[in-house]
Design a protein around this ligand. Structure first.
Ligand code: NDP
Length: 323
C-alpha cells in the first residue's frame, strides 16, 4: 500500500482526496519508483477540473523524481538504486508508483530530487518550444506570457542564453523582478498595461518573431498583434481559459502568421525523442544557462492548497509536493 491523491469526479481542489492505494509489482518494462519529490503543473489543474477529461478515478500529476526500488522483466536503462526523474507519465501524485522504464531519465549527482521533479515537464516544454516548434536564433525577439511562472522562468533564461531579446508579461511587480532576474530584457505588467501596444513600442514597430502563449483566453487575440509578418503564434496553454472560435482569417489579416497548438506529449512521444530532448535540457542546466529553483514546497496531503495557490496566480516558478 502507498499514499496517493485520487480524483473520483472532476471538480475544485477539494475533488482530490488523500488515500491508501495498492501499488503492485512492476510488470514487463516497468519500474517501482519511490518519489522524493513530485512536480506540480497547470495541466494537473485542467485534469482535476475536467477541462482535459480523464477516465475516473485517477491520480493526477505527470512529473516526479525519486529512487528505483524494483525493476520488472526486460528493464535495461535503469537499475535498483538509480536516482531518476520523468515528466510525461500520469499518476505522479503519490508516494510510490509503477512507471514505464522508458519514461525515466537518470539524474546526475549534481541535480537534486526537487530540481529533477521540477524540471522535466516544464523544462522539456521549454526545450521543444524554443528548439523545435519555433527554433529561435540569436537576434530574434520573443514574447513570453506569464514569464515568472514555472515554464516562463525557464523560457526567459534559455532564450536569453540563446541570444534572443526576451519580452515577458507578468501579473505583479514581484513577478516582474523575477522575470528580469531570469533574463527578460523587458517586462510588461499585462494586468495594468496594454501589452500589444507596449510590445510595439519596445520593438520600435518591428514586433516579435514568435509569441509563446500559455495564458490563452485573456491574451487572445492581442497576442497576434505582437507578431511580425510571417512570424509564429505558439498557443501552448490556457491558464486563463481556452481560446475559443479561432478564426483562421485572422492569421492572414495580421500578416500571414503561422499558428500552432503544440503539446509536450507529441514532441516526447518516443523514447528516442524524449532522450534527445532530455539531453539538451541537461546540457542547458549543466552549462549554467538554465537554473531551476523550487519556489514552494507542500506536503502531498496538502495538494489542495497548492492547487488553490497555482490557480489564484500566487505561485512563481516551480512548486513541488513532498510525499
Ligand atoms: P504557471 O506557473 O505559469 O502558472 C500559470 C500562470 O499563468 C500564473 O502564475 C499567472 O501568471 C498566469 N495567468 C494568467 N491568467 C491566469 C488566470 N486567469 N488564472 C491563473 N493563472 C493565470 O504554470 P505552468 O508553468 O505549469 O504552465 C504554464 C502554461 O503552460 C499553462 O497554460 C500550461 O498548461 C502550459 N503548459 C503546456 C504544455 C504543453 O506541452 N502544451 C506543457 C507544460 C505547460 P501571472 O500572474 O504572471 O499572470
Amino acid at each position: 500500500m502507498t499514499k496517493a491523491i485520487v480524483v473520483k469526479a472532476p471538480g475544485g481542489p477539494e475533488a482530490m482526496s488523500y488515500e491508501d492505494v495498492e501499488v503492485g509489482k512492476p510488470g514487463k518494462g516497468q519500474v517501482l519508483l519511490r518519489h522524493k519529490a513530485i512536480g506540480v503543473n497547470f495541466i494537473d489543474v485542467y485534469h482535476r477540473s475536467g477541462l482535459y477529461p480523464l477516465p475516473t478515478p485517477f491520480t493526477p500529476g505527470s512529473e516526479g523524481a525519486g529512487d528505483v526500488v524494483a525493476v520488472g522483466e526486460g528493464v535495461t536503462n535503469v537499475a535498483v538504486g538509480d536516482r531518476v526523474a520523468y515528466g510525461t507519465s500520469r499518476g505522479s501524485y503519490c508516494a510510490e508508483r509503477l512507471i514505464e522504464a522508458a519514461q525515466l531519465v537518470k539524474l546526475p549527482p549534481s541535480i537534486s530530487y526537487e530540481t529533477g521533479a521540477a524540471m522535466m515537464l516544464k523544462g522539456l516544454t521549454a526545450q521543444y518550444l524554443l528548439r523545435q516548434t519555433f527554433p529561435v536564433k540569436a537576434g530574434d525577439t520573443i514574447l513570453v506570457h506569464a514569464a515568472a511562472g514555472g515554464v516562463g522562468l525557464i523560457l526567459c533564461q534559455w532564450a536569453r542564453a540563446l541570444g534572443c531579446t526576451v519580452i515577458g508579461t507578468v501579473g505583479s511587480n514581484d513577478k516582474a523582478k523575477l522575470a528580469s532576474e531570469a533574463g527578460a530584457h523587458h517586462v510588461i505588467l499585462y494586468r495594468e498595461e496594454n501589452f500589444a501596444a507596449r510590445v510595439k513600442e519596445i520593438t520600435g514597430g518591428k514586433l516579435c518573431d514568435v509569441v509563446y502563449d500559455g495564458v490563452g483566453k485573456d491574451t487572445f487575440p492581442a497576442s497576434l498583434d505582437c507578431i511580425r509578418p510571417l512570424g509564429m503564434f505558439v498557443s501552448f496553454g490556457n491558464a486563463s481559459g481556452p481560446v475559443e472560435a479561432f478564426n483562421l482569417g485572422l492569421l492572414s489579416q495580421k500578416g500571414s502568421l503561422f499558428a500552432t497548438r503544440p503539446t509536450l506529449f507529441t514532441y516526447a512521444s518516443t523514447p528516442e525523442r524524449l532522450r534527445a530532448m532530455a539531453d539538451d535540457l541537461m546540457q542547458a542546466i549543466a552549462s549554467g544557462a538554465v537554473k531551476i529553483d523550487v519556489h514552494a514546497r507542500y506536503k502531498l496531503a496538502d495538494v489542495a492548497q497548492c492547487h488553490r495557490d497555482l490557480e489564484s496566480r500566487k505561485t512563481t516558478g516551480a512548486s513541488v509536493l513532498v510525499p
